[in-house]
Design a binder for this molecule. Structure first.
Ligand code: SF4
Length: 490
């Protein structure tokens, strides 16, 4: 049985090597493709982009290699491209079986299953479900009664909607992902790798999928792999990619169980002691009272060789944060304190921020700028609010009449204003998004560095300029220049 797993992305490096590094791979596909490969199936991963040449390459592969199953994943912004590939595949070979998983199908199952180009959709975790589905197909059966799957019978058209399974409680039971499946799509295999260390988030932010995803199964939703299991994966990375020096330990937030964090840091420290070139680590944290002034915790991170943290402020306005975004409770002062502590340990702090949020006024935005200025982080991941169907904030923004129909070109998702707000117009949001680096870094970074960030932001707001940027920055001279700019901003 030949299976193609198809992933897509809007912002890509090139058609041939769309993913900048292993930090851009999809973990959902990685676990399932690895499990299918280990079960003896012939598995390939494809990465699609909106470029015509990319679609043609995939179509040619479908024509020539004749896979029996195409397994797709998509968030809403990727869905339209994925749907069009699924549709073309059906025209080439009507017997091919298309199955879609990922956030879009999970959060919008009733609408998605209406699309007859998909024979089945996966709601929530697909690690066991997809393998069972392929097993049934490979035995020549018509797949049915598989938890987490809704399957359309190819003859009767009747949809078999199975119930949801419990979330996989023991993440160590999952396979160590087979990175070789992604290699042909990676621009630089030696740059940062990402290792998934947990699933689920204890918070229920209204703009994020987690509040909906936690209802797609039963049992504990927030889970972590054991430090021993993580070390096994790191060992494989070091063996197979010896030039890699930096690892992002990916999890929604690590600030859940500090006893676990201390054990993890201790294991990473011992592992690093066994290496000629210790690895650097980074992770995602949310601001909680027990980490803000926790010197012991920072010392543990430092001894394990952590060199960056990503934390979410999102909005500096308490009203927007608590009443609209439903963020966990923290104050701006908490983030500023944590930022000082992180700097004391010479660790980089990156902050996530969001603008153009329903209910946001210019004065709320100014509070975001002020808080980030006080933190003076290494980098800000700034996004413009994009309403994802299936989330609470999408529903409430729609109810308030803040948008109708198609929201924004997916190529500009989170880089162009989607809402024209009474206290913060679309034009103002786009303008502030562009000059944000000037607002927060004025007097803190040099003007050429601020100008370079603004220029990059401008490119990201225009798809064709972004493609041009991606093309030229691959030139070796420009790569050298980029490194210089990065070192200047330190
Ligand atoms: S903390 Fe982050 S991952 Fe968790 S629910 Fe909020 S936005 Fe989502």
């Amino acid at each position: 049985m030949k299976i193609f797993f198809i992933y897509s992305l809007e912002d890509y490096v090139s058609v041939e090597k769309p993913l900048s590094s292993f930090s851009a791979i999809s973990f959902g596909i990685s676990f399932i493709a690895t499990a299918c490969k280990q079960a003896g199936y012939d598995v390939s991963i494809f990465v699609a982009t909106s470029d015509r040449a990319s679609i043609s390459n995939i179509i040619e592969s479908i024509k020539n290699e004749k896979p029996q199953v195409l397994a797709f994943t998509a968030v809403t912004s990727q869905y339209y491209l994925i749907k069009s590939i699924a549709s073309i595949a059906k025209k080439i070979d009507s017997s091919v079986t298309n199955i879609l998983g990922g956030h879009h199908a999970t959060l919008n199952p009733e609408i998605t299953i209406q699309e007859t180009v998909f024979d089945a959709i996966c709601i929530g975790e697909g690690d066991q479900a997809i393998v069972s589905f392929i097993d049934q197909l490979s035995r020549g059966e018509s797949p049915e009664h598989i938890n987490n799957l809704w399957i359309r019978n190819k003859i009767s058209g009747i949809i078999d909607k199975s119930p949801q399974s419990a979330f996989i409680q023991d993440l160590d039971a999952l396979p160590l992902i087979d990175r070789s499946l992604w290699e042909k799509w990676i621009d630089n295999k030696d740059r940062m790798h990402t290792v998934l260390i947990g699933r689920g988030c204890p918070n229920k932010c209204s703009y994020c999928s987690n509040h909906a995803l936690c209802k797609t199964g039963t049992g504990k939703y927030v889970r972590f792999r054991s430090p021993e299991n993580i070390i096994k994966e790191l060992t494989l990375i070091v063996e197979n990619y010896p030039k890699v020096s930096s690892i992002h330990l990916e999890v929604e937030t690590l600030s859940v169980n500090l006893a676990y964090v201390f054990r993890l840091c201790s294991s990473l420290k011992s592992f690093n002691a066994s290496l000629a070139h210790p690895l650097y680590f980074g992770t995602n944290m949310s601001i909680t009272k027990n980490i803000v002034d926790n010197e012991d915790l920072l010392a543990a991170f430092k001894s394990a060789n952590f060199d960056f943290f990503n934390v979410g402020l999102e909005s500096g306005s308490i009203m927007i944060r608590n009443e609209v975004l439903k963020r966990p409770k923290y104050t701006n002062d908490d983030l500023v304190s944590f930022s000082s502590l992180v700097k004391k340990y010479d660790i980089q702090l990156n902050i996530f921020a969001l603008i153009g949020i329903p209910g946001e006024r210019l004065s709320d935005y100014n509070e975001t700028v002020e808080c980030i200025r006080q933190c003076n982080p290494w980098h800000v991941f700034l996004s413009i609010f994009y309403p994802y169907p299936g989330t609470d904030l999408y529903n409430s923004a729609k109810k308030q009449g803040l948008f109708t129909g198609t929201i924004v070109n997916p190529e500009m998702e989170r880089t162009r204003a989607t809402l024209d707000l009474p206290g913060f117009s679309k034009r103002q949001i786009n303008h502030e998004y562009l000059i944000f680096a000037y607002r927060v870094y004025r007097g803190q970074k040099s003007l050429p560095v601020i100008f370079a960030i603004i220029l990059r932001t401008y490119f990201s707001m225009h798809p064709w300029l972004n493609k041009f940027y991606r093309l030229v920055v691959r030139h070796p001279v420009l790569r050298l220049l980029q490194k210089k700019v990065a070192s200047m901003s330190k």
